[in-house]
Design a protein around this ligand. Structure first.
Ligand SMILES: [Zn+2]
Length: 121
């Protein structure tokens, strides 16, 4: 008669092995989530180190809390928006005016001579 308690390769051994695999897998997933939260918090100016610690300690619950309270990505840090605005602002000036071929100064629209060196446009 054998007791499963004394058999390392029996049912309890198998369950113990599966438990270790599940624990390791959940640790890897938790670290991956924490790294994602860290990078996402950085984009939103939200103290990434604090949220990394919260996600590592609280696991999925920490990640859910983060998703609920996180700020939207600030629009003024997105360069595409600023570039589009700058291009629109500058374009009419460049279409009407020109740059001096002699000194490189900007010649306003309608001016016959360069205001900087007097070179005809
Ligand atoms: Zn000039």
């Amino acid at each position: 008669m054998t007791f499963p308690y004394y058999d390392p390769f029996g049912a309890f051994g198998a369950i113990f092995g599966i438990m270790i695999i599940v624990i390791i897998a959940s640790c890897v997933i938790q670290i991956a989530i924490a790294v994602w939260v860290y990078n996402d918090a950085k984009k939103r100016n939200m103290e990434p180190a604090m949220w990394l610690a919260i996600t590592l300690l609280a696991g999925c619950i920490g990640c859910i809390i983060y998703l609920v309270v996180r700020d939207p990505i600030p629009t003024d840090t997105i360069p595409i928006g600023n570039e589009a605005y700058d291009t629109q602002d500058v374009r009419p000036k460049l279409e009407n005016g020109t740059f001096c071929s002699n000194c490189g100064s900007e010649i306003p629209a309608g001016a016959k001579f360069c205001p900087s060196c007097g070179n005809p446009r």
